[in-house]
Design a protein around this ligand. Structure first.
Ligand code: TGC
Ligand code: FAD
Length: 396
């Protein structure tokens, strides 16, 4: 007969003991990234956010040394880790700041992945080892000023001259890492479908002005990409794909990481609210003794734990080769929406202190507004899942 359940002291930070679902090597990797974030990021990221700065050289080298850039890819200096490990790294990085996770997502999933999956051997040899080491930074240009949720309406175009050179013209918008990138993967319309181009950012005609005045993801660089008669050799095109499947398949990779990352941001907000409620004294004692406060804290904890379980399940499915794009949408949509709810409630639990960047909560809350929108908005992911369960596309 099973032992009767006995009262025990649950861990407030991992109530359902989700840690027990991780293998030893996964825990080791998770703890390594957690230590990096705790030692090197948390003490300074509030200042980066306040100043609107992202010290990309220092961060890029550090995460490269940790083997986190393109970590789920194999060969060419990449770590060849499991999808679960990539997810866990994203979770810990975003506990620090969504901008930090964005940097790693864009580098690994949006810039390195298309080169790895669709590039020529020369593309791979030229860029991947340096990108894995953090010595070269990449960005991914899909969105345009008039082409966001519907990237297949893009206007950026490339035509091939008789001698073989490509000429690119157009503009991309909201591009993470744009102004700090050494290489841009730019998607453009050609006579033979949508193609990806590997564009060194020192090519004449290419410029990447930084987008200023953001109140979200301030510790992250977001830019326009302007392409004015950018001339590239014939071999600059990614040979492996010639349709929207190219960019959309990259998004699956990054969205998977976000499903994990968002839980990290939510956990940071919950933990901050819990600490605060246990130490903030009102009416002669800590506010955590009030029934209403306990209900709010429990709601936060339950949501974070549920999000963790969803992320881990997606990780196991991906490692088994059984994860579909609409299931990734489940994780991206639901975990980001959860995280934003948690951040807003945690902000309110901190009272007036919640509005300053002395505490991490409002920084996460503002960041998550971007995360809610990028990589497919909440509505786009709803419709992708809607299509999967009904068989009807809402997009045509
Ligand atoms: P549709 O006609 O359905 O498909 C066109 C082709 O693509 C294939 N496909 C996919 N392949 C792999 N994964 C997916 N998720 C795919 N979805 C579609 C499809 O099979 C087809 O292939 P083929 O070979 O038959 O040609 O495509 P559509 O144009 O109607 O698109 C539908 C929709 C709305 C789902 C898509 O446009 C979409 O996902 N829109 C959202 C745009 C988006 O998420 N943009 C993100 C930009 S990058 C970014 O935000 C980075 S933030 C980075 C950070 O800082 O973290
Ligand atoms: P729109 O598509 O104009 O949507 C506006 C609103 O309409 C949204 O609420 C949307 O859900 C809704 N809507 C649109 N279509 C439908 C529909 N069919 N049904 C119901 N509702 C709909 N892009 C890149 O290519 N590379 C990057 O590195 C990158 N980084 C980014 C970084 C940041 C900080 C941000 C904010 C964005 C970034 N993006 C990047 C762009 C991002 O992917 C787009 O913002 C996103 O895809 C949405 O496009 P949009 O902003 O043009 O909104």
């Amino acid at each position: 007969m099973a032992e009767p359940l006995r009262p025990k002291q649950e861990n407030p930070k991992d109530f359902l003991a989700t840690d027990t679902l991780l293998a030893e090597d996964e825990t080791l990797l998770r703890d390594t990234v957690r230590r990096y974030v705790s030692d090197k990021i948390l003490p300074v990221v509030g200042e980066w956010f306040d100043a609107g700065e992202f010290p990309h050289k220092e961060v890029s080298k550090a995460v490269g040394d940790l083997g986190l850039l393109g970590m789920h890819l194999t060969g060419y200096g990449c770590a060849g880790s499991s999808a679960m490990m990539y997810g866990l790294a994203c979770m810990e990085l975003e506990y620090g700041d969504s901008g930090l996770r964005s940097f790693v997502s864009v580098q690994g999933s949006l810039a390195m992945f298309p080169i790895w999956a669709y590039g020529s051997e020369e593309h791979k040899q030229e860029w991947l080892p340096r990108m894995a080491a953090g010595e070269a930074i990449g960005c991914f240009g899909l969105t345009e000023p008039d082409s966001g949720s519907d990237p297949s309406s893009m206007r950026t175009n490339a035509h091939q001259e008789p001698g073989g050179d490509w000429i690119l013209n157009g503009a991309k918008m909201w591009i993470t890492n744009g102004s700090i990138a050494d290489v841009a993967v730019v998607w453009a319309r050609t006579d033979a479908g949508i193609r990806g181009f590997v564009v060194p950012t020192d090519t004449p005609g290419f410029s990447a002005p930084k987008i200023e005045r953001k109140v979200s993801l301030r510790a992250s660089v977001t830019s326009e990409l302007i392409l004015e008669d950018v001339r590239l050799p014939s071999e600059a095109v990614l040979p492996g794909v010639a349709s929207m499947r190219g960019p959309l398949s990259c998004l699956n990779e990054a969205r998977f990481g976000i499903a994990f990352g968002a839980v990290g941001a939510a956990r940071a907000c919950y933990e901050s609210a819990l600490d605060y409620a246990n130490t903030r004294i009102q009416f002669g004692g800590p506010i955590s003794r009030f029934q209403l406060t306990q209900q709010r804290l429990v709601d936060l904890m339950v949501q974070v734990q549920r999000g963790t379980l969803v992320a881990y399940h997606l990780g196991r499915l991906k490692d088994a080769g059984a994860l579909g794009p609409a299931q990734v949408s489940f994780g991206k949509k639901d975990n980001v929406a959860m995280s934003l709810r948690v951040a807003r409630e945690a902000r309110s639990l901190l009272g007036a202190n919640g509005i300053t960047t002395e505490y991490p909560v409002i920084r996460h809350m503002n960041n998550l507004e971007s995360v809610y929108t990028y990589e497919g908005t909440n509505e786009i992911h709803t419709l992708m899942m809607g299509q999967a369960i009904t068989g009807h596309s809402a997009f045509s």
